[in-house]
Write a protein that binds this ligand. Sequence first.
Ligand SMILES: [Zn+2]
Length: 242
Amino acid sequence: MNDLLHCRLMQWPDDQAAYEAAVTENPANAGITTGTRRKRSVFNYSKLWANGRTLKIAFMDSPEAEHKQKIIDAASQWLPYINLSFDFVDDLQGDIRIATRNNDNSSMLGTDALLIHPDWPTMNLGVKPEHEDFEVIVIHEFGHALGAMHEHQHPQANIPWDKPKVYEFYQNREMNPLTREEVDRNLFAPFNTVDAIYTSYDRKSIMHHPVANTLTVGDWQVSINRKISKKDKRLMKLLYPK
Ligand SMILES: [Zn+2]
């Protein structure tokens, strides 16, 4: 199993602050589900950027030109399916701020990036450009930055996890070990955002982690999804309509 493909999806811990940032950025985040009070109590608010805007994306630590271009090329694979523009800059300031000089692959979820101190990155792309799945990881992290959740946590996923084995595996791995709580949050907890209503579970989604057969009960696994799936495209078109 490839540890590098396991990213950390980061969400701002203060839910009220995250809600206010999301709604200030894009008022539709408050009621994008249905607008009725009953549904809003069931489904969470969204963390989508204002539709139609340009996202300034900063390279904070000046990666090599070739490395940078590979990130730009991978991230730009989302552009045909969203009504946003990307403006990549060599700067310390951006709506999304990328750091590349560590081993972590992580991103803030959508507008939660607005709450990160401006001196800190909102996305870590520790994967090295020569890694065979560099492109996959960059696309995946940008999916989070656009507001996409982890597909393996879709409420319809019903993955037959062997939970004790999963905890043990993640706690003991060398790179990016996860605590029990982090495993719960990153693998098991179902999400209840807009994705859950409009699109059904898709085990081919690029937002799905690989799932090793050894970590499930019975014969169940998902290998690495290397392409933006049909469902991924449909979801992004729904989130950022043109
Ligand atoms: Zn992820």
